[in-house]
Design a protein around this ligand. Structure first.
Ligand code: AMP
Length: 251
């Protein structure tokens, strides 16, 4: 079992734990699930910074394609405006290429993928050829009222992608990013009409995705009703527990 030996060292840093895979024998693929507005993206960004793994957001990839006006962007724009999902073959094609890239060699963090059973299969196929990659799936649950406040108040810096909320985490100066002075914008699909549809699309498909990961014992529930630091602490605590379990299984 030596090849499976996992050496992970953790150190406290403020409210965070930093995880390093010292001998590179385990590679984390962390999947963040949750309704629109649950804070998946915020948590993915935090995890990415702490663990030094790339954050791959399908929503961001699609929004970039929309801005660039590519064929994908035109399709994505129609779907996103309606609050519908982009077809599986398109998403699986994009993601198969993205996660095969060099920066994902040590693992990666997925935000917004997989969202359907077909997308789960696509990720499974990729992982079958990567036995050293370990999947951890976090389902972030948030009360409906808070979800709506988060979504309607959300503002994003067009330059660096930093996320604000005019009710819950306002910028120091209205409409301006604290970090780089970039303009803060509202996502076009963050409105009450589209939101209802997005919620429905999410609820219909996410149950089967969760069942899949639950049956593999890699689904973890997270209470997302707290501020980001508290939510992150729950995720780091779970990762710590998984690490201990892995270590004791190898002893
Ligand atoms: P998000 O930023 O994750 O809330 O995604 C915004 C929108 O992009 C969604 O409402 C969908 O229209 C589209 N989208 C993002 N990820 C996916 C995916 N994995 N499958 C299909 N559509 C997606």
């Amino acid at each position: 079992m030596n090849t499976l030996r996992v050496l992970l060292s953790w150190s406290m840093r403020g409210d965070q734990l930093s995880l390093m895979d010292e001998n590179m024998e385990i590679k984390w693929v962390l999947v963040l699930l949750g309704a629109p507005g649950s804070g998946k993206e915020t948590q993915a960004r935090r995890l990415s910074r702490t663990l030094g793994l790339p954050q791959i957001s399908t929503g961001d990839i699609l929004r970039r394609a929309v801005e660039m006006g590519t064929e994908l962007g035109k399709l994505a724009k129609r779907k996103m405006q309606a609050g519908d999902l982009v077809p599986d073959d398109v998403m699986c094609g994009i993601m198969s290429q993205r996660i095969a890239m060099e920066d994902c060699r040590r693992g990666f963090i997925l935000d917004g993928f997989p969202r359907t059973p077909e997308q789960v299969k696509c990720l499974d196929v990729f992982l079958q050829s990567k036995p050293q990659m370990k999947v951890g799936v976090f389902n972030i649950r948030v009360n409906k009222d808070l979800l709506i406040r988060r979504m309607l108040g959300r503002r994003i810096c067009i330059a660096c992608g930093e996320i604000y909320n005019i009710y819950l985490k306002p910028p120091k100066k209205e409409g301006v990013c604290n970090k780089d002075g970039g303009k803060l914008i509202c996502r076009p699909d963050d409105n009450e009409v589209t939101y209802g549809h997005r919620q429905l699309a999410c609820a219909q498909t996410s149950r089967t995705v969760m069942e899949h990961y639950s049956s593999r014992d890699v689904l973890y529930e997270v209470d997302g009703n707290w501020e980001p630091g508290v939510v992150s602490t729950q995720i780091y605590a779970t990762l710590g527990k998984v690490r201990q379990e892995l270590e004791s299984a190898l002893d």
